[in-house]
Design a binder for this molecule. Sequence first.
Ligand code: G3P
Ligand code: CA
Length: 265
Amino acid sequence: MGWHDVSVRRPVSVIAHRGASEDAPEHTLAAYRMAIEHGADGLECDVRLTADGHLVCVHDRRVDRVSNGRGAVSTLELADLAALDFGSWKDPYEKPESMDRHGRSVLTLDRLLRLVKESEQAGRRVELAIETKHPTRWAGQVEERLVALVREYGLTDSVRVMSFSARSLHRVRRALPQVPTVFLMQFLLPRHREGRLPPGVGITGPSMRIIRNHPDYVIRAQRAGHRVHVWTVDDPLDVELCARLDVDGIITNRPRQVIDQLRSL
Ligand code: G3P
Ligand code: CA
């Protein structure tokens, strides 16, 4: 894995949040290709289940903000989503060459895993952090489909699964014990203050707000044996704080700028 050295004790992994989503429309193939070109160590994506059982990379419950369509992902079939444009909402922006018609289509997890595989085969290894969105609604279907796809692509070494739901992570670990899991936290609850995580979870994913308010959480979690991956870190002052605190991963919408900053520290 291409770690970026900084003048701190440990390397920091830079993970592109929804792809290089500051520069390209989030969750599009173009945004992920760009993140790889920009040198990201990892890619982050959210997954939701369509009405006909496919996993697509969309953050919101509805498609309205990021496409020219309307409606909840869970009520639309993949063919409905494929007819929509998930890129133009971001216009005008500097389009990368990779922003062809396919670059702005809805992105399936299947296609994103293929990109990771193709990148690996071309000698550029990149990790994929998959976040399950509202998995409890689907009684395990999200995890089941995710596990099947990761197995199909033989990418258990390159994937980790993230969630705000401990139950979702537990389901994934039961099927794929070798895949690392990340427990996401928006706020630091008293039961997590000392760095404890749900059983079996190896990585903690605190929000940047937690790190600003409780910087000592990083060392507590690391002493408890966990890696710390912070989201979403775009402000240079936050990047500096994360580097100073020696976090293990920075999840950001602007991987190129963060990599440049870490190199200059
Ligand atoms: O990487 C974790 C982060 O993405 C969680 O928040 O709302 O951006 O999915 P959200
Ligand atoms: Ca996410």
